[in-house]
Design a protein around this ligand. Structure first.
Ligand SMILES: Nc1ncnc2c1ncn2[C@@H]1O[C@H](COP(=O)(O)OP(=O)(O)OP(=O)(O)O)[C@@H](O)[C@H]1O
Length: 259
């Protein structure tokens, strides 16, 4: 588990201010959802947190150490799961150990037994142990995303970052993937940051929420504080009705938004 500090993060792309002096602190083990319309800076924030992008000003510190280059304890999952269709779920998961093994070792699957065990354990965490030998291209979009999560878990991260991990999935699969992200985070005591655009799914699974608007942090609070007014502040004049998708209205797990 790692404490994450985002300190005065600003990112400019030419004239575009993608992040504007964003700061927050997250204690180890929190499950954080990043909300905001398209272009509000969610991906840029996650990319700066993983050091895939360098900020113009400010810094990210994970367990006190500035993120100046990608580190294995910080894993990132993308919307496009980037898994290899012709490889099995197991081989895809095992490729997450690449930073501990050479490219050739990975290609020939010569990793030590310990890494192979980790890949199977990670598939178990995402409920795919029985599908380990299945070719990824034969799997559903939701299962492929779970393979992507398993691959990230093989890295043995302390911080998990996921950029719109359920954006391309149908509502049922989106919830299933979110459930596995949540259980993985709990089981492995991960500090987790997920960008989402479906407000109801966010409310159902999130513990803490950070709202971005035009690169600025306009909300930072826990589920009870994420009221309709707070959502309006994050989304502005945009009609959020279409974003309240994917959660059954008969669900009793808190999908209603407090006024
Ligand atoms: N590599 C880049 N070069 C130039 N501008 C960029 C680049 N990446 C992002 N931007 C701009 O920065 C702003 C924030 O983009 P970002 O992708 O972080 O937002 P987002 O909230 O993740 O949006 P989406 O949900 O559409 O991915 C946008 O105006 C975007 O056009």
């Amino acid at each position: 588990m790692s404490k994450v500090v985002v300190d005065g993060l600003t990112k400019r792309y030419g004239d575009v201010l993608a992040l504007d002096d964003v700061s927050f602190e997250v204690p180890a083990g929190e499950f954080v959802i990043i909300l905001g319309v398209s272009g509000s800076g969610k991906s840029t924030l996650l990319r700066c947190m993983s050091a895939l992008t360098q900020p113009t000003e400010g810094e990210v510190r994970i367990e006190g150490e500035p993120m100046i280059a990608p580190r294995p304890e910080v894993a990132m999952i993308f919307q496009q799961h980037n898994i290899i269709g012709d490889m099995s779920a197991y081989s895809n998961a095992l490729s997450g150990s690449m930073n501990r093994s050479s490219f050739l070792e990975s290609l020939l699957q010569l990793q030590p037994d310990e890494e192979k065990y980790r890949a199977l354990d990670a598939l178990d965490t995402v409920g795919l142990l029985d599908e380990a030998e299945q070719k990824a291209r034969r799997m559903s979009g939701g299962q492929q995303q779970r393979v992507g999560i398993a691959r990230a878990l093989v890295q043995e991260p302390e911080v998990l970052l996921a950029d719109e991990p359920v954006a391309s999935l149908d509502p049922g699969s989106a919830q299933e993937v979110m459930r596995y992200l949540q259980s993985s985070a709990t089981e492995r005591e991960l500090s987790t940051f997920i960008s989402l655009h479906q407000v109801n799914i966010a409310r159902k699974f999130g513990e803490r929420f950070i709202g971005l608007r035009d690169g600025e942090k306009v909300f930072d609070g826990y589920r009870d504080e994420l009221t309709i007014d707070a959502i309006d502040e994050i989304y502005g004049d945009i009609d959020t009705e279409g974003m309240f998708v994917g959660v059954d209205s008969s669900d009793e797990s808190g999908s209603e938004v407090a006024p």
